[in-house]
Design a protein around this ligand. Structure first.
Ligand SMILES: [Cu+2]
Length: 400
């Protein structure tokens, strides 16, 4: 008995002491009074989170940032007049009481505030969103990024990769039908009647990166590196839309996928493409091999596999010199692409695997002259995984 009491006291002390001191205070305010002005001038009502009373609603909401190990207090203030809101800390290892899922945690009604407490877990890129009638409130605009830095903020995690610049891109879409007044102003709905009013179709008109599209990308997304020697660019990618994103990176960027959902990948992979499904986060490290101007392509693909939208993020890399010439020569090219029968690779001898975009292995072999036969494949897009001497490269190609 004494032993049990001792452990209970020990537990209480450790719980209290872990939050006795707050290292990081985050405040976000839930509003439903926002207006999103699209590139064509169309005005869409939005919900969202702002960092202060005076700030207007923007999508995504403010980026929240802490250092690994910090005790974080997140205060959510609801000033949205109608429905309650929460903050779900997507991907962070926090306990259920602080995770913002209404049935397991708590909701915050209009004119009230509530607090979430957690200790910032492992470093990485995460996201937050409201979890009240999620389909509606997330589409409404209630989302943002969370970045947890490593103790050394220029390293991806303890013993991880160093980087000297970073870009964070959160992708989403807007279907204006989902932004009508009755949806944006819906009342508290404990019986989930609201779900009956959710539009039956989702067919977005706007495809966003950090809330921007087309010519707005210059300000919101572009990579500009002027001192490219030994540039190590960390990309923090998060998808809060309802479509899958396919990123296509220029080969000269040498994009290496290093972590997924906040966890380091067991084997990092140099890739010219990356799929990010709704709710997923990836970190990609780029180490440009030459000076160049190009763009990263982001496709928005619906559940049936149809391409619905595309954005381009411009990349300007200057001042790269002294790069290992062998590496530059080894930038792997595939041609033609799309191809019908045979794809020619600029490497000569290698082992390879061909996978569908969903990861199913459909072919494997060894090439001795750089040729890869593909005539037996169905038409469509594939990933080609090439095993080099000490690195694995993933390229994508289209069979037609
Ligand atoms: Cu909400």
């Amino acid at each position: 008995m004494m032993k049990q009491i001792f452990f209970v006291i020990l537990f209480l002390i450790s719980t209290i002491s872990s939050f006795a001191q707050i290292d990081e205070n985050w405040l976000i305010i839930a509003r439903n009074t926002g207006t999103y002005v699209a590139t064509d001038g169309y005005e869409v009502r939005i919900m969202g989170f702002t960092p202060s009373l005076g700030a207007s609603v923007d999508i995504p909401g403010p980026t929240l940032r802490a250092t690994t190990g910090d005790s974080v207090e997140l205060r959510l203030f609801n000033l949205s007049q109608h429905a309650p809101h929460t903050v779900h800390l997507h991907g962070l290892d926090v306990n259920q009481a602080n995770d913002g899922v209404p049935s397991l945690s708590f909701t915050i009604p209009h004119d009230s505030s509530g607090y979430y407490y957690f200790k910032a877990p492992h470093p990485g890129t995460y996201l937050y969103h409201c979890h009240v009638v999620s389909a509606v409130h997330v589409q409404g605009g209630m989302y943002g990024l969370i970045i947890i830095d490593a103790a050394d903020p220029e390293t991806t995690w303890d013993g991880g990769y160093e980087f000297n610049s970073e870009y964070a891109w959160m992708t989403s879409e807007i279907d204006t039908i989902w932004h009508n007044d009755t949806i944006i102003e819906h009342e508290y709905d404990p019986d989930m009647i609201m779900s009956l009013n959710i539009p039956k179709f989702y067919d977005p008109q706007y495809f966003l990166v950090n809330g921007a599209m087309d010519f707005q990308m210059e300000e919101k997304g572009d990579i500009n590196v002027h001192e490219g020697i030994d540039a190590k660019i960390l990309l923090r990618l998060a998808n809060i839309g309802y479509m899958a994103n396919r990123y296509e990176f220029p080969a000269e960027l040498e994009a290496t996928i290093i972590s997924s959902d906040g966890r380091p990948l067991p084997v990092s992979e140099i890739s010219d493409s990356l799929w990010i499904h709704p709710g997923e986060r990836y970190q990609v490290l780029c180490n440009p091999l030459s000076e160049f101007e190009d763009s990263i392509r982001v496709d928005y693909v619906d559940m049936a596999g149809y391409l619905k939208g595309t954005q381009y993020i411009n990349v300007f890399i200057e001042g790269v010199y002294g790069v290992d010439e062998k590496k530059v020569r080894n930038i792997i090219q595939l041609y033609p692409n799309p191809a019908q029968n045979i794809i020619q690779c600029s490497l000569q001898q290698f082992e390879y695997e061909i996978l569908t975009y969903s990861g199913q292995l459909v072919a494997a072999g060894t090439s001795i002259n750089g040729e890869i036969p593909i005539s037996h494949l169905n038409n469509g897009g594939y990933l080609l995984r090439i095993k080099g001497h000490d690195e694995t490269f993933t390229k994508h190609f289209i069979k037609e």
